[in-house]
Design a protein around this ligand. Structure first.
Ligand SMILES: [Zn+2]
Length: 263
């Protein structure tokens, strides 16, 4: 079976996604809301792949991990894997009782079928935030997946991390015109649709091949619309005279997305 990805929920009211092979899975952030929602979404994830090895958490903001989701993860015996500073911030924010649920790693980690490395990104002040570069062996081939959610800017190091990825999850938080019209505190900590398009263009130019698919997530409810990020990407690539060869999907706020097959 090839590697697969599915967004479970995405946005400021909660984030979670699943990446899985035939024999193992990782949750990517986990904060679907109430404990009841967390249990339901965890059950849905287990129906796709029962062998979940743990949860990779990008940062300690409550829409990525929180006391409700930690409780459900502890019940399920699923460890939270993250940067050591993220682990420290989780215990400061939600309580030291969660310490035993956390399994931080500093450089890279092998988790089941997956090799995971984190890259620090700039996001909200005083919040250590990381992106993840994950490789997984499926059908005898190694596939590379990148998760970039919640970042205010990207660097050459981030672009290099995403180059030659087979699949990229990237936030496209807001449209600049809608932001001007409605304003939204905190938008400066997130990538606009235009920045997301630039990031993808740079990553495609830096690698030898474009990704097979891109899922855009963490869309602002007020300052974005589901059709805008893909339009921005198409327009930007067109201006740069590079054809878009990847599928573009949107991660919805409250509904699960399609299963993306990463061949
Ligand atoms: Zn955040």
């Amino acid at each position: 079976m090839p590697l697969r990805f599915k967004s479970l929920c995405s946005g400021s009211s909660g984030n979670a996604a699943l990446l899985w092979t035939k024999s193992g899975a990782l949750l990517l952030d986990f904060a679907p809301g109430s404990q009841r929602s967390c249990r339901q979404i965890l059950e849905d994830a287990k129906a796709l792949c029962p062998a979940i090895a743990g949860v990779l958490v990008t940062h300690a903001h409550g829409d990525h991990i929180n006391a409700n989701s930690l409780k459900v993860l502890r019940e399920a015996g699923l460890p939270v894997r993250c940067h050591p500073e993220v682990a420290r911030q989780i215990t400061i924010k939600y309580g030291s009782e969660w310490g035993p649920c956390l399994a931080p790693f500093s450089r890279g980690a092998s988790i089941g079928d997956f090799k995971v490395a984190h890259l620090k990104v700039s996001h909200a002040p005083n919040y250590c935030t990381t992106a993840f570069v994950i490789t997984a062996k499926a059908e005898g081939r190694r596939r590379k997946v990148c998760l970039f959610t919640d970042l205010s800017a990207f660097t050459d190091e981030h672009v290099a991390g995403a180059a030659d990825a087979d699949f990229i999850f990237l936030e496209a938080n807001h449209d600049l015109e809608l932001l001007k019209k409605y304003g939204h505190p905190g938008s400066e900590f997130h990538l606009s649709n235009l920045q997301a398009a630039r990031f993808l263009h740079k990553a495609c130019s830096a690698g030898t091949a474009q990704p097979q698919a891109v899922v855009l997530g963490h869309l602002s409810e007020e300052c974005n619309r589901p059709h805008l990020p893909a339009m921005e990407i198409a327009a930007y690539f067109n201006r740069k005279k590079l054809p878009v060869k990847f599928e573009v999907h949107m991660a919805a706020r409250h509904e699960p997305g399609p299963v993306i097959v990463i061949k």
